[in-house]
Write a protein of this length. Structure first.
Ligand code: FAD
Length: 336
């Protein structure tokens, strides 16, 4: 790992200023992804700006506040474990709490921050192996995953340049909830809908998000969503713990008189970004909350899915996981 300068930001303005002063600098959250990327020489920043002190106070749940409309604001420096264990998150957005608790390990969740989780990079083996061709690591180099061992790779929204997946569990729940990412840069503040925050690979897989180079993530906002009390996150993986998702499903459902009134579904482990299942949602609204409806919805969402050999099984796995989660939600309290 090459030498780098370290500084600690005490305010959001200070963090943005430090970033603009030093070319090739990076924000440091818990360091649980960035330090690995630096050790592997995939990222070589000249300077790190520690943004973990940007909490209003040093209490574990500081930075999580209820909004006047009933939504929640979660500061970017709040640790993943604090979000997962917060009473209002568990009560109002159980899918988010579950998604975080299915990720990584207790120690990592205690370090990892909300902002860092959004910005974590793919776990594609070829991205980490500098003997392999990877358009994400070296634009124009090619992609060894497409004809390689692609068991964990994308089945939706991939391109001829890249079939990597986004690794986050938390972000899948945020996509289902229609969260908003609040950012601050030298030009001021703006907010980005969660479903526009991460990008599909296209010809530029090295550009992973719509965050600009001079911007800091300051907070995530969750909208009020009463029916999200009936929600869950299911993660299917090769080991029961400490493994990334092959397929995951985050869903929330409201059923009225046997018909689906409100539905949210997002998939993880299947695309370069958390995959909001808009086609499936469209196929379910107003329909009976039956297994047949869920099967048709899963088919609609996966209609354009494509496997690359080793990951062909994920198409059926994604459908079955969706149907199973939706059936559980219909049974568990979606009925009024
Ligand atoms: C062994 C292991 C297993 C894991 N398993 C899982 C898993 O199963 N599921 C899962 O979801 N995750 C998993 N993770 C990933 C983990 O969740 C991420 O590493 C973590 O969320 C990153 O957060 P961080 O604060 O440590 O980010 P850092 O490593 O500090 O930073 C990551 C990136 O975010 C940027 N950044 C940080 N804060 C901000 C900000 N406020 N604004 C803009 N940019 C910012 C940094 O510059 C850097 O580019 C695993 C990690 C490890 C090491």
């Amino acid at each position: 790992m090459k030498n780098f300068a370290y500084s600690r930001a005490e305010t959001v303005e200070g963090a943005v200023n430090l970033l603009s002063q030093q070319a090739n600098s990076k924000f440091l959250g818990g360091g649980t992804n960035l330090v690995d990327l630096m050790r592997e020489n995939i990222e070589q920043p000249d300077a790190l700006i520690d943004v973990t002190r940007l909490l209003p106070a040093r209490k574990p749940d500081a930075g999580i506040t209820e909004l006047p409309d009933g939504g929640l604001s979660i500061g970017a420096a709040v640790r993943n474990s604090a979000v997962a264990n917060h009473g209002l998150v568990r009560e109002r957005y159980p899918l988010l709490s579950q998604a975080i608790l299915f990720g990584a390990s207790g120690q990592i969740r205690n370090m990892a921050t909300t902002g860092g989780n959004l910005m974590q990079r793919t776990r594609c083996y070829y991205f980490y192996d500098d003997a392999a061709r990877c358009n994400k690591r070296k634009p124009g180099a090619g992609c060894d995953a497409i004809d390689g061992f692609n068991r964990m790779h994308a089945i939706l929204g991939a391109s001829d340049s890249c079939i990597a997946t986004h690794p986050s569990d938390m972000c899948v729940a945020l996509a289902a909830l229609d969260a908003t990412v609040h950012v601050r840069g030298s030009g001021g503040e703006r907010s980005i809908p969660m479903n526009d925050f991460h990008r599909l690979p296209g010809d530029t897989p090295h550009v992973e998000t719509n965050l600009r180079a001079d911007e800091l993530i300051t907070a995530i906002q969750l909208p009020p969503l009463p029916f999200a009390r009936n929600s869950r996150y299911r993660k299917v993986r090769d080991r029961a713990s400490y493994a990334f998702a092959l397929v995951s499903v985050a869903a929330a459902m409201e059923v009225e008189n046997g018909a689906i009134r409100n539905i949210r579904v997002a998939l993880g482990g299947v695309a370069h970004k958390p995959w909001r299942a808009y086609q499936a949602e469209k196929a379910m609204v107003g329909k009976k909350s039956t297994r047949e409806t869920f099967l048709l919805a899963a088919d609609a969402e996966l209609r354009n899915a494509r496997g690359y050999g080793y990951n062909n099984f994920k198409i059926e796995l994604a459908k079955r996981t969706m149907v199973s989660v939706l059936s559980e939600l219909a049974e568990a309290g979606g009925v009024r």
